[in-house]
Design a protein around this ligand. Structure first.
Ligand SMILES: NC(=O)c1ccc[n+]([C@@H]2O[C@H](COP(=O)([O-])OP(=O)(O)OC[C@H]3O[C@@H](n4cnc5c(N)ncnc54)[C@H](O)[C@@H]3O)[C@@H](O)[C@H]2O)c1
Ligand SMILES: O=P(O)(O)OC[C@@H](O)[C@@H](O)[C@H](O)[C@H](O)CO
Length: 501
């Protein structure tokens, strides 16, 4: 590996240049033209490319000529950059695993086609309706499911949903595309595809089922019935910390690996995928490449979401308030690291036993993963769209702990730190940009009410009935007062002293 290579002299990644790449870089050794696309993936971002596509790349090395290639789909304007990058390099991209021990790059070939829906909506529907498509996988973020947290119901009034109901042949949203294709399959006697959600939602398959069925029902009750009866929606737990790609990553790939890649992915070495074995139209033999197929994903997803993702929120808010930029910097701060330990200790009694997993060891590994200085995971990424994540990552644990009469100190601190963060400046007075679909409402409530937590806790679409718990309200309020009065770090000193007593 030559670190003196300049970005300009790097080799442009595409099929013809694969054989010119350094021999330290693993490239697809299978014929990509022999692969047919049995999977359509909607929401090709960093995570899909570091996770599912990697598993399939490994699979194709063992099974050339497979029927499980991926056709990627982007529904949003946001995906233009992915379209341009993938189309300019034959859908190939570089995946770099980074750890203190070193960096390893490989080129992934599992995505063989990419469709940008705004360019050609019919092409997306045709691909989904094609009998060759047997699984549709999703990473469309928590907010992409149009799910009302407080009630658990479908957000039928959302403008995207209303648009798609009125324009069934020219949809813009995920359910519009899926139902357009499923409707055609039903009319033509083609079996439906399986819908596999790979987003960080507890019961992601169940949620996808409920939402898609509700949408299909509104469009056409018979179709709704068919979807409910015929479509399989396995749950799954996904795990691999994958930061957003930065210009520095593109430069690193060029300089360290001599690859000119418009959109590489940087990730950690850790990788896990636990999938409920419930597929109506077949699936790859995923076990052969390390996927854990099981009849019950629930304990795994509870463990991952409540320990890893909840800790990420606490790290994101406290770290931002304390003026840090990256997760590993936050983990080097003993006060915040201790808070993460305390949060995980509080969450643990709310978890079920997880087959084959020693929770103490799992938590230790999480701390090590968070501390990985090489992946430079960004705090704003962790805090993005918190209104959709807080209920899923933290509030379930709060409810369970309240029911058990157990401690909620650090769970409440996570909520309070979010409220303080929503004020939009850190403890030194620097601006923190708030990126959330309901940022306007949230920041207005935070500004108007400062250390009074109640108005934010009264947002039932996020907190449901939790504002009825005086213990929870009091605990959040106490932390919020301290965060405003003393700042994040001093609050932690006070908290830890109390907890250690
Ligand atoms: N990055 C990680 O570490 C990681 C790890 C595990 C799971 N995940 C899951 O994957 C999701 C995506 O993460 P990422 O890192 O790939 O993000 P990303 O920003 O790189 O990509 C997000 C993708 O979701 C699509 N999307 C967003 N909102 C949508 C909507 N309303 N309808 C349709 N598509 C929509 C975007 O167009 C984009 O293609 C996360 O929200 C999470 O649920 C991520
Ligand atoms: O991707 P999100 O927005 O659901 O959550 C942010 C992070 O917590 C998440 O991406 C983790 O890095 C990931 O879940 C690790 O597997």
């Amino acid at each position: 590996m030559n670190s003196n290579i300049s970005t300009d002299s790097a080799i442009k990644l595409n099929e013809t240049s694969l054989s010119h790449l350094g021999n330290n870089i693993r490239v697809p050794n299978y014929d990509r033209h022999q692969i047919t696309n049995g999977i359509v993936h909607i929401g090709v971002g960093g995570f899909h490319r570091a996770h599912q596509a990697l598993y399939l790349d490994n699979y194709f090395h063992q099974n050339p000529g497979s029927e499980w290639g991926i056709c990627g789909v982007g529904l949003l304007e946001f995906d233009k950059r992915m379209r341009d990058a993938l189309n300019s390099q034959d859908c190939l991209y570089t995946l770099v695993e980074r750890s203190p021990e070193g960096d390893r790059a490989r080129v992934i070939g599992a995505i063989t086609e990419y469709l940008f829906a705004p360019d050609n909506r019919q092409a997306v529907i045709d691909t989904l309706a094609d009998p060759k498509c047997r699984i549709v996988t999703l990473t469309i973020t928590e907010g992409g499911y149009y799910y009302i947290e407080g009630s658990g119901e479908f957000d039928a009034n959302h403008p995207t949903i209303q648009y798609d109901l009125q324009h069934p042949d020219e949809p813009i949203g995920v359910y519009g595309f899926l139902t357009a294709a499923l409707n055609r399959r039903r009319q033509q006697g083609i079996a439906p595809f399986t819908v596999l959600s790979c987003d960080n939602l507890q019961g992601n398959g169940n949620i996808a089922r409920k939402m898609l069925t509700a949408f299909a029902q509104m469009q056409n009750p018979e179709l709704g019935h068919w979807v409910a009866e015929q479509v399989a929606f396995p749950n799954c737990m996904v795990d691999r910390i994958t930061p957003a790609t930065t210009p520095a990553d593109i430069k690193m790939v060029a300089e360290q690996f001599n690859i000119d890649d418009a959109f590489p992915v940087v990730t950690e070495p850790f990788l896990q995928w636990v999938v409920e074995d419930n597929f109506s139209a077949g699936r790859p033999n995923w076990e052969s490449v390390g996927v854990q197929m099981t009849s019950d994903v629930h304990p795994y997803e509870m463990m991952k979401i409540r320990l890893l993702n909840a800790s990420h929120l606490l790290i994101g808010y406290l770290g931002s308030l304390a003026g840090y930029t990256y997760v590993h910097e936050v983990m080097a701060d003993p006060l915040i690291r201790q808070a993460v330990d305390h949060l995980m200790a509080e969450v643990t009694p709310t978890l079920q036993p997880v087959p084959g997993i020693d929770l103490d060891n799992y938590k230790k590994t999480l701390i090590e993963r968070f501390a990985n200085p090489k992946i430079r995971d960004q705090l704003p990424r962790l805090c993005l769209n918190s209104s959709a994540k807080m209920p899923k990552f933290v509030l379930g644990s709060v409810r369970d702990a309240l029911q058990q009469g157990a401690a909620i100190e650090y769970m409440s601190l996570t909520v309070a730190a979010w409220f303080r963060y929503l004020n939009g400046n850190d403890d030194q007075g620097n601006t923190i940009p708030i990126d959330d679909p309901i940022a306007g409402t949230l920041t207005q409530l935070a500004h108007l009410n400062g250390s009074d937590a109640k108005p934010l806790l009264n947002l039932t679409e996020i907190f449901g009935d939790l504002s009825q718990s005086s213990h929870f309200v009091e605990s959040v309020t106490n932390h919020l007062h301290r965060l405003y009065e003393f700042g994040a770090k001093e609050t932690l000193v006070l908290n830890h002293t109390k907890s250690d007593r």
